[in-house]
Design a protein around this ligand. Structure first.
Ligand SMILES: CC(C)(COP(=O)([O-])OP(=O)([O-])OC[C@H]1O[C@@H](n2cnc3c(N)ncnc32)[C@H](O)[C@@H]1OP(=O)([O-])[O-])[C@@H](O)C(=O)NCCC(=O)NCCSC(=O)C[C@@](C)(O)CC(=O)[O-]
Length: 286
């Protein structure tokens, strides 16, 4: 799907989900309300998953009720990982996107969702059907899309095969996710253009995790790969606690914004609100 404008997806859910201390609901929603005023395309704001697996997201329904969407052009995305989560998320008319982590590593799919890749494919099918009935769109993350730390086989052909299957089922947005930060600029510039040209009617995005030292070169590689949907999180906070003990943070949004601005891209963001969110983030992340 050819699109000119960059879609920036801010991911406070990813940033907060691994925090040990529970962030009070009021503080979460205040932070999200600031981010909603910045003008991102999408806010990945919460998840409908087991509170035993991800205690930090147990209050997603309460957080959603406190969001001020009166002037927000930003769309809301919630992560789901089983049918129960899908059924809960589609009840909320404020939510535009349901995001499903579909790992192409069998080990990680089990760790993350306690189900196999095959079972997860059925969940994706059910999610697509419920999204269609409830006027939502599905985003499927190809988690461990650049390799995995468990020794499961990975190569580009495996990525493409799963993308083929998912697009064949009707998935309209695929985001290639580097869950633990094993991508390289070379891999990014090799894989993304191939996916974008093969799936020209599908929106292809990228969800990178990285050490701070490697962030810039990965953003640059993503830009050169032609990808227009980019996930990131303020100050690079975050990581998936289901993947590894040491969290690898997200790509930092301020780096993405700075890079794209240096390339003359018009992002239409309210930088005053962004700076407020940056300052406020200390109350959550310390
Ligand atoms: C998928 C499950 C639930 C399966 O987990 P399970 O253990 O198979 O589920 P279960 O049906 O056996 O239920 C176990 C308990 O969870 C509860 N439960 C069950 N489902 C729900 C639900 N939807 N909402 C609320 N509660 C739920 C259920 O009620 C029960 O509670 P108990 O009776 O023991 O008290 C679990 O493995 C899970 O929640 N995993 C967490 C997935 C997750 O949030 N991962 C992090 C986000 S994904 C990510 O970060 C990657 C991404 C998107 O950023 C891209 C990338 O980088 O790759």
């Amino acid at each position: 799907m050819s699109q000119n404008k960059f879609k920036l997806v801010e991911c406070p859910r990813d940033a907060m989900q691994g925090l040990h201390d529970f962030v009070p609901t009021g503080l979460k929603s205040e932070y999200l309300n600031l981010l909603l005023q910045v003008g991102f395309d999408t806010l990945d704001f919460g998840s409908f998953v087991s509170p035993k697996a991800i205690p930090q997201m147990a209050d997603t329904t309460e957080v959603l009720a406190k969001l001020d969407l009166s002037n927000a052009k930003t769309k809301l995305l919630a992560i789901v990982a089983n049918l129960r989560g899908v059924e809960a998320a589609v009840q909320h008319r404020e939510i535009n996107y349901l995001g499903f982590p579909f790992s192409i590593s069998e080990t990680f799919q089990q760790r993350n969702t306690n189900s196999s890749i095959a079972q997860s494919l059925s969940t994706v099918e059910e999610m697509l059907s419920l999204c269609a009935k409830n006027n939502k769109e599905a985003v499927v993350y190809l988690s461990m899309g650049f390799g995995n730390p468990y020794g499961d086989e990975w190569n580009y052909e495996i990525v493409e095969q799963w993308a083929d299957v998912l697009v064949g089922k009707g998935v309209g947005i695929l985001s290639l996710a580097d869950t633990v930060g094993v991508s390289t600029p070379e891999k990014i510039e090799y894989i993304l253009p191939k996916l974008i040209s093969r799936f020209s009617h599908t929106e292809i995005g990228i969800h990178l995790h990285s050490t701070p030292a490697e962030r810039f070169e990965k953003i640059e590689a993503a830009y050169h790969s032609g990808v227009k949907r980019i996930d990131s999180a303020l100050k690079g906070f975050g990581g998936c606690p289901m993947a590894a003990d040491d969290l690898t943070g997200n790509i930092a949004t301020e780096d993405v914004i700075g890079f794209l601005k240096s390339k003359g891209e018009n992002l239409s963001l309210n930088m005053d609100k962004w700076n407020e969110a940056m300052a406020f983030s200390g109350k959550i992340f310390g």
